[in-house]
Design a protein around this ligand. Structure first.
Ligand code: NDP
Ligand code: KPL
Length: 304
């Protein structure tokens, strides 16, 4: 059986590795941003709303592997992608590289270095560390996977490789609208919530804040349209409100990152939309999105 290499032992990576291990798949969880990790099987505990699970997951260091001969799945933060693409360049050969990350253009470092098979997944699941180191995992629906560069015929096999009833995935032939819809929602949550120092529920609780979200959504939709992705304002607003209701009380990752003095993914959210707008001569079309992104970045830099 082929081995899957998951890179990034965070909230999503640990649960995915544990779920695949529980389903009898060969998987190694590789650390890319540290050199302090023994080659060892370690317990990972997680709960879903229904049950509690534990699996012995094989942890190791990326630098110990000269070749990764099997699907390579990135569950790391997007700001590390340029560095990871360089690290992986001579290791992955023809293995598919699958990005399980939020954001826009997160695959660009892999395209720039001509990786032959690059796939994107949009996560419809949440995972958070609890104080005791265990994880709280909530799959919402199957997370779609689509082709960015490479062979569409290989997609079903890749999906089958990581799909399980506990953490479901599905193939998506048109992944760009799905990426944009989620990324626009993230432009709203990941900037406004940390700046207001509030939880994800704010949009369904407060009409004024939802008004600002509406403006951001409208701006981002203009850029998406110029990129050939047509989405409806109502549908994106509905998705923001749904996420807001479902994750009422939870803090968005960017806010958690700022509180923990870690870098954030804002460069691949609001600031990516602002960069794209600038490149297309639409710089004036995204004032709120850009300002919210710039303020979030300043807040993160000031706090670190
Ligand atoms: N958690 C969630 O509920 C959701 C997360 N996502 C997305 O999934 C992705 C993973 O998120 P999540 O698991 O929560 O993140 P975490 O912050 O929990 O973990 C991310 C991991 O990334 C690795 N990492 C950090 N910095 C670097 C770097 N400079 N270079 C390489 N690797 C680095 C680290 O792994 P190591 O120490 O092993 O190197 C770290 O543990 C993100 O894009 C996030 O936006 C999307 C939807 C929901
Ligand atoms: C918008 C949200 C909360 C949905 O899962 C998300 O993407 C995240 O946790 O980063």
């Amino acid at each position: 059986m082929e081995t899957s290499f998951i890179i990034g032992a965070g909230a999503i990576g640990q649960v995915l590795a544990a779920v695949l291990t529980l389903h009898g798949r060969n998987v190694v969880l590789l650390r890319g941003s540290t050199t302090r990790q023994e080659s060892a099987v370690q317990p990972v505990r997680f709960t879903t709303p229904e049950s509690e699970y534990q699996a012995g997951v094989r942890f190791d260091l990326l630098e110990r592997y000269p070749v990764l001969d099997g699907p390579v799945i990135l569950t790391s933060k997007s700001f590390g992608n340029a560095g990871l693409a360089r690290q992986l360049q001579n290791k992955t050969g023809h293995s598919p590289v699958l990005l399980l990350q939020n954001g826009l253009d997160v695959e660009q470092p892999f395209i720039d270095l001509a990786f032959p098979a690059v796939y994107r997944c949009v996560l419809f699941a949440t995972s958070q560390f609890a104080d005791d180191g265990s994880l709280r995992f909530k799959p919402v629906s199957a997370s779609p996977i689509g082709v960015v560069q490479g062979d569409a015929d290989a997609l079903p096999r890749l999906v089958e490789h990581i799909n399980t009833p506990l953490f479901p995935f599905c193939a998506e032939t048109d992944i760009q609208p799905v990426i944009w819809k989620k990324a626009i929602a993230n432009c709203v949550f990941n900037s406004i919530c940390p700046l207001l120092e509030t939880d994800n529920g704010i949009f369904h609780r407060d009409a004024e804040v939802m008004g600002l979200a509406r403006q951001v959504i409208g701006e981002c939709l203009e850029v998406a349209k110029r990129k050939g992705v047509v989405l409806q304002q109502d549908a994106v607003e509905e998705s923001v409100l749904m996420i807001s209701r479902m994750s009422d009380g939870q803090l968005i990752s960017t806010y958690q990152d700022i509180l923990s003095k870690r870098p954030t993914e804002i460069d691949t959210l609001n600031l990516a939309v602002a960069r794209m707008a600038q490149e297309m001569g639409l710089a004036d079309a995204v004032p709120q999105t850009r300002l919210l992104g710039a303020l979030t970045k300043m807040k993160s830099n000031i706090n670190r």
